[in-house]
Design a protein around this ligand. Structure first.
Ligand code: GH3
Ligand code: MG
Ligand code: MG
Ligand code: MG
Length: 327
């Protein structure tokens, strides 16, 4: 998640869609069993510095289309070894080429085939004999559109990830937790399986900031989040709940198992020192943990109540002396 977020950010694409970015490096796939016509098209497209791959066997072409990561696929609609309409609809149905634009090459006057091709999802067409300028113009249009859609999609992906991710730690943020935890709760409710929640609050964290500075505090939070991530299962949900507070939701987990996990985590935090300043300094950090589980009683009728009870247990852990797990 973090890697993709960083990649999107590096591209600088948020709010900055430029359909001409990288315009000269298009990969075009030409499926045509008419070698003479194919050669003419390749030389026309070559002038635009596009990289053209040609395949005359439609069966082979289907596999190459899926593997080639092409920006545009040109299909001769008079190809003989396979129904070209079936060829186009297969290209549309594959996950890898679902969104790849298809430009059909249609015999002049073959309106019936053209209409069916457009119906299947072919994006545009040129008629045979192919006019060089028209081919270039229509290819350029499709490539621009493809680049625009690609950029929109990755920009949307970045926004989506930013909306659910805590910037400092890379964990989910509290906003995401709200929606996801109630879904987890509903599932636990209907399946009758336990759901446990633990809230972790670093002890005397203000003192870490006061004696080592805010940057060191940030680094401790990052490492703390990493240790949490490394100690939970794939189905568990970890989020940064507040400044130095974290929440872990564990589906299919009863209170006794959750307390084993929490106790192991507490001990690991307290015993493994946090390394600061490139390993020159070490710092001991402790954490207090409050636990609650759906199996505790019928009063657990919402995710909010579950959190509230974990929070109350955390308060007891704090007032009881910190560095402990309370359920
Ligand atoms: P307690 O054991 O009662 O939890 O004591 P505490 O000092 O951890 O609790 P308190 O709530 O008094 O202080 C939390 C501190 O966490 C205060 C705040 O400056 C710090 N903090 C919150 N968010 C961040 C952050 O993103 N970075 C850093 N460095 N510090 C943060
Ligand atoms: Mg706190
Ligand atoms: Mg506090
Ligand atoms: Mg604290």
């Amino acid at each position: 998640l973090r890697a993709r977020y960083a990649t999107g950010k590096d591209l600088g694409i948020v709010g900055n869609i430029d359909p001409d970015a990288g315009a000269d490096e298009a990969r075009i796939f030409l499926i045509d069993d008419n070698d003479e016509q194919a050669a003419r098209m390749i030389s026309t497209l070559g002038v635009e510095a596009h990289h053209v791959t040609h395949e005359s066997d439609p069966e082979v072409a289907l596999n190459r289309a899926r593997e080639g990561d092409f920006d545009l696929i040109l299909v001769n609609m008079s190809i003989e070894a396979m129904d070209p309409l079936r060829l186009c609809s297969s290209i549309r149905s594959f996950e890898e080429t679902r969104l790849t634009p298809i430009l059909a090459i249609v015999r002049h006057g073959d309106t019936r085939k053209l209409v069916r091709a457009l119906d299947i999802g072919v994006n545009d067409y040129v008629t045979r004999p192919v006019d060089k300028n028209e081919l270039t113009a229509r290819v350029t249009t499709q490539l621009r559109r493809k680049r625009y859609v690609d950029q929109l999609r990755s920009s949307f992906q970045v926004s989506l990830e930013m909306a659910v991710t805590d910037q400092l730690t890379g964990l989910y943020n509290r906003r995401y937790l709200a929606s996801h935890l109630s879904a987890m709760f509903d599932r636990a409710y209907w399946t009758g399986r336990p759901l446990s929640v633990m809230i972790l609050d670093i002890d005397h964290f203000k003192e870490v900031n006061d004696s080592h500075g805010h940057d060191v505090g940030d680094r401790v939070l990052k490492e703390f989040a990493e240790r949490i991530s490394n100690s939970i299962r794939g189905i568990d949900l970890a989020c940064r709940y507040g400044g130095e507070e974290f929440l872990i939701a564990m589906p299919d987990t009863d209170l006794s198992f959750a307390s084993v996990v929490a106790e192991r985590l507490r001990q690991e935090i307290a015993s493994q020192k946090f390394h600061l300043n490139a390993g020159r300094d070490e710092l001991t950090v402790t954490v207090s943990i409050g636990l609650a589980s759906t199996e505790n009683g019928p009063e657990d009728d919402s995710a909010q109540k579950l959190i509230k009870r974990a929070d109350e247990a955390l308060y007891t852990a704090k007032t009881g002396g910190r560095n402990r797990v309370i359920q």
